[in-house]
Design a protein around this ligand. Structure first.
Ligand code: LLP
Length: 420
């Protein structure tokens, strides 16, 4: 459920008419709903209520805007970060270090030092050489790093290939059959405190079976590790739960169903469970609002050309992702159209042969479910300014990241003397 609703045919974000924001800030613009964020955190937490003190670490990559992170921090969430930049943004937003876990396949020594200095809760390591490097950095700093190994369980998540991470040929985690040896080695390193096991098999999962298969493997590994004399205190089950994008498709499993499965599978583990949800927290809490520049008749179908483009919302272009596209002012007639941006690539297409409400030049449209992996994946391709972001709460709204002036792109370039 979200708080983007038509009232008398006019789309509102909570109590604010979407057009009011678009007129004031200009388009394209991302709009987020605080009530939806709050609701999703509540639903996810409720789904895990049978567990003892789980750590819910929001996957910052899904939406790193400071106002979004600060909202989630106030709701008690931790953070899953994958870079020094994400770590600094999470801390700046008020997320305490003891709720931060550092994932990622290529952490540098500099990033490790930063995380150690800030005293984060856990490093999720993805290889044996990474363990050696973290040990060295920790010993040099006179610190001990709490670690888990991320296991590659060789499970097919059944999602888009570009966001599947749990098959043995993916770059993520250490192979399951090398895990025991890797833990034995890590336990001997003075700069490491081995505390847990981690897994994350992919994103936008619409079936619980692969998640369960991966968790069962984690459980078996925990047992084997304890048999070998290791003390395992945490198990990080990653993120990945899908959200509904296309109303014509079956609804993905609910957080409640996910929580029930987790509770059942992990009941004998005796560890603190950790979670890294991203999309399920912020996906439906955001929309990208855009204005129709013109409608052009193609050979077969009309092209609805909007002022948002693949640089603002990359998902359709990169993953053939489906976003619901709605007219901000409801219209009676429907049409079948191709919705495209102004960028000079055929890949700059949001939807083909899409049945949607008929719109014309000047109308506003909203790309729904754009709160996750939307603004965060934007670029300035075609010298377009980064998309601004707005946060709504009840009848209040605020720009939480302004649109930078194009002059900042020009000023950012340095022209060497020999060129000038
Ligand atoms: N934990 C780890 C280690 C991850 O790599 C990810 C996402 C998450 C948690 C959060 O997953 P979520 O709950 O959001 O599914 N740009 C793509 C998604 C990439 C996901 C990358 N990792 C998209 O737009 O669909």
């Amino acid at each position: 459920m979200d708080h983007f609703e038509y009232r008398d045919g006019v789309m509102h974000v909570e109590q604010v008419p979407m057009a009011e924001i678009a007129d004031a800030v200009g388009t394209p613009v991302y709009v987020y709903s605080t009530a939806t964020l709050t609701r999703h955190v509540g639903v996810f937490r409720e789904a895990l209520s049978a567990l003892d003190n789980p750590l819910i670490a929001f996957a910052v990559k899904a939406n790193p805007n400071g106002a979004v992170l600060a909202t989630l921090a106030k709701l008690g969430l931790g953070a899953d970060v994958v870079s020094g930049g994400e770590l600094l943004r999470a801390l700046a937003a008020g997320i305490p270090a003891d709720r931060i876990v550092f994932s990622g396949v290529g952490k540098t020594d500099e990033e490790m030092r930063l995380a150690l200095d800030n005293g984060i809760f856990q490093f999720n390591l993805e290889s044996e050489p990474e363990a050696e490097m973290l040990n060295q950095v920790a010993v040099e700093a006179g610190k001990v790093a709490r670690i888990a190994y991320r296991i590659n369980p060789d499970v097919d998540a059944g999602t888009h290939a570009k966001i599947s991470t749990g098959k043995s040929d993916n770059k993520f985690g250490i192979p399951y059959d090398r895990a025991l040896a890797a833990y034995d080695r890590a336990a001997q390193l003075p700069g490491l405190d081995v505390q847990g096991v981690a897994v994350h098999i992919g994103s936008q999962l619409t079936d619980l079976a692969p998640l369960e298969a991966a968790f069962v493997k984690v459980g078996a590994l925990i047992e084997a590790l304890i048999d070998e004399g290791h003390t395992i205190r945490t198990a990080d089950l990653g993120g990945g739960l899908g959200v509904p994008y296309d109303p014509a498709l079956p609804i993905p499993p609910s957080p409640a169903a996910y929580g029930a499965m987790v509770t059942r599978v992990t009941q004998d583990w005796n560890v603190r469970l950790m979670f890294e949800p991203g999309r399920v927290i912020v996906g439906n809490a955001g929309a990208l609002v855009s204005r129709v520049v013109r409608v052009k008749q193609g050979a077969a179908q009309p092209f609805v050309i909007v002022d948002a483009a693949m640089n603002d919302l990359l998902r359709p272009s990169l993953y053939d992702a489906w976003h619901d596209i709605r007219a901000v002012n409801k219209t009676e007639k429907s049409t079948v159209a191709n919705i495209v941006g102004p960028i000079c690539e055929s890949g700059d297409t949001f939807a083909t042969n899409r049945e949607m409400q008929q719109v014309q030049a000047g109308d506003l449209v909203a790309f729904m479910t754009a709160g996750a992996y939307g603004a965060t994946m934007a670029s300035t391709y075609n010298s377009r300014a980064l998309t601004p972001e707005v946060l709504v709460s009840g009848n209040k709204w605020a720009v939480v990241r302004p649109r930078p002036p194009i002059q900042s792109l020009i000023d950012g370039d340095i022209i060497p003397a020999w060129v000038a």
